[in-house]
Design a protein around this ligand. Structure first.
Ligand code: HDD
Length: 714
């Protein structure tokens, strides 16, 4: 029996009410054809005799198989792999001085949202922990129409002009002759492109950082990337950049873990998001704005229209204006997560675009792609895509029209329908494009103000902590180590050297190569054949800010263990007292303890109570947890020592710098592991207070352990 549907607070939104009209509940219902005719056999086709051939007449067979044959639609050309959830956006304070958009003026509103997170390069079935940018697309169902903020978890993009997007994507996707590698940038064609397109270097160094391998979708930032406009009711404009700041802070796994997680649980991020919402631990982000007066457009060392540049928060602080909470999983993956269509062109009065050439191209691409992906122009009638604001216009017909428009007019102006649907004045809430003054020659080219490709990658690298920098060097070494073409690696080393000499040296050492002193200049092939190549050479890096703390994960929040997963290694006879003390202390703060035992089912503690096993050791891996705890109990620990994977479990937790704790006899497992020589480590605890363990888990990792960890084989 399906669960009884109760109306919970997260079901109460205009969007949820609307979606309910389209939901189908099969509970207690007879199986029918699409036409509603009852069926008495869905297991056997119609045959000419018991052992005879199947008849063409079998309309039941044909309906069932035809539907099955067409279950798949083309996957997204980028961002194919994704997971989504419903939620709500609430405004903290009205900002009428910047925008007239209702969503930014009415603090009593709970605007329904649907958010889809994604990786970029891999196919729909690719593993979650690929080293990649993460998509962060938010659909706000506002009362004035739908607004889509289609961003990423990095504040900049690879290229400056939409014209280059197919080249970028073709270079990173599996190579066209053999369709290798899947969901990976570590191959020649990508680096061939990057090494010839220095504008990619800023986004690329972010991809080499830990930002590209998040611990959870709930622990990453989001960015609208482009500079947009906000328009107030006087028609005045401000530039704005959008930021999502996760309440849980920004945390990542290490590359080695990512590789293992992909094998142990390819759905790691998808499952984590789903489970958190099912457990009522709703993911939250605050929305921040960087606002720049129009008058300050040219006051920066970079161009605000260049999507490969961020505005350091030290230069323009992020003003927090509201909070988004994801509180409901989709009812159906295909109907909602797969069929949702985000369009950067979906904006509402009070917001507008700028001339960022990447944004301008996106305004075309996203509507266009839905035509083949969702089959025609009526994709906005699919329930997940329907606005909650009423829509009326004279667009008609086409594949899968599901509305039944009444009347005999489908044109404007008309008198036969009383002029309806009628136009609205701006004072009645109509959209009006910002009247930007334009006086220019029509050219195919790029502004010289877009030519600085090294200053911001260098700022990013300088802003990272030592452990983050080490991860970046390792990532470049791994990625280039997977390339076969020496000239491509050499060009990359030359360009990395322009960002940071020390970084280039480390990567070159790892590759067993020299940093080249000269290569043919990094000719910017982003410009056309007739352009003045000299004029478009990338500039040497500038230093307009030494460090930006917001760029480093070492500066994020470390105050919560909420939703952290702690593996409890235990077998029959484990110490109930130890376990309960730890469980209560950690669960009170939102962590999830999971018992990992030699077998599934149940185990019995030293007080003869039965405890459900969350996973048998054979079915799980250390990399799927944030910390490890071993309670005492002589019999239990003896059993754990007999299975080598428990010792490996501890070794791996230690290697990946996680907190490890043991009580009483549990120490014997530590003594049997690589941790034995490191009991004084600040995140290793023997018979310590649960509170100390808790603080270490909140720290995410003890990165000071990295050098020691390198020596541990697992
Ligand atoms: Fe894009 C999907 C983000 C540049 C063309 N993009 C897509 C999605 C995200 C982004 C999050 C997935 C949406 C979903 O979950 O359905 N894309 C970005 C960002 C960009 C960007 C942050 C730069 C700032 N994209 C970009 C360019 C083009 C596209 C320059 C083409 C000229 N993107 C697409 C697309 C997709 C898409 C092919 C695939 C599926 C879809 O649109 O609906 O049209």
């Amino acid at each position: 029996m399906a669960k009884e549907t109760k109306k919970t607070p997260q079901d109460e939104s205009k969007k949820q009410d609307q979606l309910k009209n389209y939901q189908k509940d099969h509970t207690g219902k007879p199986l029918t054809t699409n036409q509603g005719m009852k069926v008495n056999d869905t297991n056997n086709s119609l045959k000419s005799g018991e052992r005879g051939s199947t008849l063409l007449e079998d309309f039941l067979l044909r309906e069932k198989i035809t539907s099955f044959d067409h279950e798949r639609i083309p996957e997204r050309i980028v961002h194919a792999r994704g997971s989504a959830a419903h939620g709500v956006f609430e405004l903290y304070e009205a900002i009428p001085e910047y925008t007239k958009a209702g969503i930014f003026n009415d603090t009593s509103r709970k605007t329904p949202v649907f958010v889809r997170f994604s990786t970029v390069a891999g196919s729909k079935g690719s593993p979650d922990l690929a080293r990649d940018v993460r998509g962060f697309a938010t659909k706000f169902y506002t009362e004035e129409g739908t607004w889509d903020l289609v961003g990423n978890n990095m504040p900049i993009f690879f290229i400056q002009d939409a014209m280059k997007f197919p080249d970028l994507i073709h270079s990173v996707k599996p190579e066209p002759n053999n369709e290798i590698p899947q969901a990976a940038s570590a191959h020649d064609t990508f680096y061939d492109f990057v090494s010839h397109t220095p504008e990619t270097l800023h986004n690329h160094i972010w991809v080499m950082s830990d930002r590209a391998i998040p611990r959870s979708l709930r622990m990453m930032e989001g960015f609208g990337i482009h500079t947009f406009r906000m328009i107030n009711d006087k028609g005045e404009a401000h530039f704005v950049k959008f930021h999502w700041k996760p309440i849980l802070g920004v945390h990542s796994v290490t590359w080695e873990e990512a590789v293992k997680i992909n094998g142990a649980d390819a759905d790691f991020h998808r499952r984590d998001l789903w489970d958190a919402i099912e457990d009522g631990q709703f993911p939250e982000w605050e929305l921040g704005l960087q606002i720049v007066p129009e008058a300050d457009e040219h006051k920066f060392d970079f161009d605000l229209l260049d999507p490969t540049k961020l505005i350091p928060e030290e230069m323009v602080p992020v003003k927090i204006v509201g909070k988004m909470t994801l509180n409901k999983n989709p009812e159906n993956f295909f109907a909602e997560t797969e069929q949702v269509a985000f369009l950067p062109g979906h904006i509402v009065p009070g917001l507008d675009f700028t001339n960022d050439p990447l944004l301008q191209g996106r305004l075309f691409s996203y509507r266009d792609t839905q035509l083949s992906r969702l089959g025609g122009p009526n994709f906005d009638q699919i329930p997940i895509n329907r606005p909650v604001a009423e829509s009326h216009n004279n667009q008609r017909d086409g594949h899968m029209q599901t509305n039944v428009p009444k009347g005999n007019t489908a044109y404007f102006p008309n008198s036969m329908s009383g002029g309806c649907p009628h136009l609205s004045k701006m004072s009645e809430g109509a959209f009006h494009s910002y009247e930007e003054r334009i006086d220019a020659k029509k050219i195919r080219g790029r502004s010289e103000s877009f030519n600085d490709h090294f200053s911001q990658p260098a700022l990013f690298y300088r802003s990272l902590s030592e452990w983050e920098q080490a991860h970046v060097a390792d990532a470049y070494t791994f990625e280039l180590g997977k390339c076969n073409q020496a000239h491509i690696k050499s060009r990359m080393l030359y360009l990395i050297n322009e960002i940071d000499g020390d970084l280039a040296k480390k990567v070159a050492d790892g590759l067993g190569m020299e940093v080249p002193k000269n290569i043919d200049q990094p000719v910017n092939q982003a410009i056309g054949a007739d352009a003045d190549v000299e004029k478009h050479q990338p500039r040497k890096k500038k230093n307009y800010l030494d460090k930006s703390t917001a760029l480093s994960q070492a500066e994020t929040k470390f105050d919560s263990i909420s939703t952290r997963k702690v593996a409890v290694l235990a077998a029959d006879g484990f110490d109930h007292n130890n376990y309960e003390k730890m469980r209560k202390a950690l669960e009170k703060k939102g962590a999830k303890l999971m018992i990992i035992a030699p077998h599934g089912g149940e185990i019995t503690c030293n007080e003869n109570k039965k405890h459900a096993v969350d996973a048998a050791i054979a079915t799980t891996e250390s990399v799927l947890f944030d910390a490890v705890y071993i309670p005492g109990g002589e019999k239990s620990v003896k059993a754990l020592l007999k299975v080598a994977k428990f010792t490996k479990f501890v070794n791996e937790a230690f290697k990946y710098c996680k907190a490890v704790a043991a009580d009483n006899e549990g120490e014997e497992l530590i003594d049997n592991s690589a941790v034995a020589d490191h009991k004084s480590d600040k995140a290793v605890f023997v018979n310590a207070k649960p509170d100390d363990f808790k603080k270490a888990i909140a720290q995410h990792r003890n990165w000071e352990r990295m050098k020691v960890a390198e020596t541990i084989a697992v």
